[in-house]
Write a protein that binds this ligand. Structure first.
Ligand code: PGA
Ligand code: ZN
Length: 433
């Protein structure tokens, strides 16, 4: 038993220069763990609440001093003297203390910071790498250590850039690489080649929030054409595929998808995605339709779900109830996982296991507002998630995760196996209609 001796918090800044919560948990055996929480921009309606001060005199209302004071007040009081190795108990106690379904009273940012920092302190206390400790903590038994396939967001649109593109993310996924290390190399080489291609087209090579380029292209098909050509010219045609995250809730207005300046129905969007899947051999499709368009999701999954994984982000928000509805109704057939959408480590792990049990693939994800904390790299390996999405191979808050996966791969040595294309295999019932 390692008792929690102190809990501290600070308001720090994320990659957009906006405030976020960092916490530190200290144990009586001298072990320390810290963590910083990320923050989204295309935030789902149904996410747990990110508590912000609303005091316009500081950071235009975006300060997090209230959340920090909750960590150092109520959450610290509840944590002191507890066994840090009992992560589930700590998380349940924090959920109960908050008392709201969306963690709106104490703030999911406050709760998650403590939850993650505690797990790190516990891992330090038992002197195990975090990926190994997390398996012990949640009783995950597996002889496999899967290094996730990285999804590199190299062209940014939507709320993450002023490129004029409605689709938020165009990603490169090196499924055919022999190892994680080689996958990272492929992503980085194509990223550099893309920079040259765009410069040659007289486009800007300034980057968006996740490190991807933000060129003012003619339309979305041109983005996909440029990517396909660049992958081929860099010599990776057979090894690297393209995925998109439409983040379509952001362009869903008054019952229609305002895409390329015209209002369109879910069926019309489905046809556009279907054409892209064929023409560009897309690997996966995330948030093709809006977060509450369940009927649209069902029809789209029936139509396209036997071709590619249909990944739910804003529709599921890492929430077990919303995921259960999706599984039951055949809306989507894979899930994006973000710790701060639900607000504790334990709930996140439970959602992943629920998804895996249903045969759904999981993509562990960063947020557009990130910090230097590489936590999700360790989580992805602990859970054999198979895929990770953490931006372009550019900007250190993104590379912190990608580089830590290199350290993990090296530490695991011959035990490490690259997830490859299996990370995007479809569940047995995919596309049922
Ligand atoms: P967000 O974007 O962090 O701004 O929500 C990431 C995503 O939509 O996957
Ligand atoms: Zn998304």
């Amino acid at each position: 038993m390692a008792k929690i001796k102190d809990v501290r918090a600070l308001e720090v800044l994320d990659s957009r220069g906006l405030p976020t919560v960092a916490a530190e948990v200290l144990l009586d055996d001298g072990a320390i763990g810290s963590a910083a929480v990320p923050s989204g921009a295309s935030t789902g309606e149904h996410e747990a609440v990110e508590l912000r001060d609303g005091d316009k005199a500081r950071f235009a209302g975006k300060g997090v001093l209230k959340a920090v004071s909750h960590v150092e007040g109520e959450l610290k009081k509840l944590a002191l003297g507890r066994d840090a190795l009992k992560q589930q108990d700590l998380d349940s106690a924090m959920i109960a203390a908050d008392g709201t379904p969306s963690k709106g009273r104490l703030g999911a940012n406050a709760i998650l910071a403590v939850s993650l920092a505690n797990s790190r302190a516990a891992a330090a206390s038992v002197k195990k790498p975090l990926y190994e400790y997390l398996r012990d903590c949640y009783g995950i038994v597996s002889s496999e250590w899967l290094l996730p396939a990285p999804m590199f967001n190299v062209i940014n649109g939507g709320k993450h850039a002023d490129s004029g593109l409605d689709i938020q993310e165009f990603m490169l996924v090196p499924t055919g690489a022999a190892s994680y290390r080689e996958a990272l190399r492929a992503g980085a080489e194509i990223y550099q080649a893309l920079k040259k291609t765009l410069a040659g087209m007289k486009m800007t090579v300034a980057v968006g929030d996740e490190g991807g380029f933000a060129p003012q292209l003619k339309d979305h098909a041109q983005a996909l054409d440029v990517l396909s050509k660049t992958i081929a010219s860099a010599g990776y045609s057979s090894a690297v595929r393209v995925s998109i995250d439409a983040a379509s809730s952001e362009f869903y207005k008054d019952g229609a998808y305002v895409f390329e300046k015209k209002p369109r129905s879910a069926a019309e969007m489905t046809k556009i995605y279907g054409d892209w899947i064929k023409r560009y051999s897309l690997l996966s499709l995330e948030d093709p339709l809006a977060e509450d368009d369940w009927a649209g999701w069902k029809s789209l999954t029936a139509e396209l779900g036997s071709s590619v994984p249909i990944i739910g982000d804003d529709i599921f928000v890492t929430n077990p109830q919303r995921l259960a509805r999706g599984i039951k109704e055949g809306a989507g057939n894979a899930i994006l996982i973000k710790l701060n959408q639900i607000g504790t480590l334990t709930e996140t792990v439970e959602t992943v296991r629920q998804a895996q049990k249903a045969g759904y693939r999981c993509v562990i994800s960063h947020r557009s507002g990130e910090t230097e904390d590489p936590y999700i790299a360790y989580l992805a390996v602990a859970l054999n998630a198979g895929a990770i999405k953490t931006g372009a191979p550019c900007r250190s808050e993104r590379l912190a995760k990608y580089n830590h996966l290199l350290y993990i791969e090296a530490a695991l040595g011959a035990k490490a196996r690259y997830a490859g294309p299996a990370a995007f295999a479809l569940p047995a019932h995919a596309g049922r209609s």
